[in-house]
Design a binder for this molecule. Sequence first.
Ligand SMILES: *[C@@H]1O[C@H](CO)[C@@H](O)[C@H](O)[C@H]1NC(C)=O
Ligand SMILES: *[C@@H]1O[C@H](CO)[C@@H](O)[C@H](O)[C@H]1NC(C)=O
Length: 224
Amino acid sequence: MGYLFFTLILVLLATIAYAAPAPAATTTRPPTGKATISTIAVDNPSVDTDGSGCRSGSVGVAFSSDNTYLTIIFDDFQAAIGPKAGDYKKRAFCRVNVTMIVPGWAFDVSSVDFRGYVNLAKGTNASIVSRWKWIDLKSGLDMKGKGNIQKKISGPFEDDFLLHKDGELADNEDSICSKVSAKFQLSLSASLDASSTTVSGLVKGDSVDAAFGQLLNLNWKKCS
Ligand SMILES: *[C@@H]1O[C@H](CO)[C@@H](O)[C@H](O)[C@H]1NC(C)=O
Ligand SMILES: *[C@@H]1O[C@H](CO)[C@@H](O)[C@H](O)[C@H]1NC(C)=O
């Protein structure tokens, strides 16, 4: 995907973010330009014959220019079931490890937006699940502050959909700040079920740019 195209998607997603509720007035965030992504590693876990993964290089991650949200673009995310499924599999799973450089700052995810396209005939269902967590770089152990979001959709349904979900900010300040130098791991999965072999269902990127987008709204804290 070209850089220009990627930028365009970020702009499109930015429009969504502006529609989201404003963060609490007390939220502080790193000065513009202080938050950067250093590596994006797409995991290619072995998936069974009913599933497909994500190609390396097919996931884009970027902070918004004001650092209020993190955009994750899956260029290669689709699942389908039934006679119209073609080459698609009934499950899709992508996982990405992200390391970032944000000296002296850490964040929690306050809410999440998804953007994609779903077309389900009567008798088919889709389940879309995203999970995220922080992994300590030194020990490799999971840290506090995991999150997850799940959306179930039953056919008949056809639309570009946008899902907004508030997170749970149960962390105390110490555990947020322990994430300053941690690795962020996020997974996204879609799975489809059908009541018979004659009905079709599809989950993929939306009709605007063919990419599946996920936007994490961030709650920053200054640590140090
Ligand atoms: C992602 O992180 C996990 C947990 O540390 C690790 O097992 C996996 O190998 C990493 N994947 C890549 C592609 O770096
Ligand atoms: C789809 O979801 C509905 C509601 O949860 C359930 O009753 C039905 O059995 C599901 N169908 C399939 C094919 O999984």
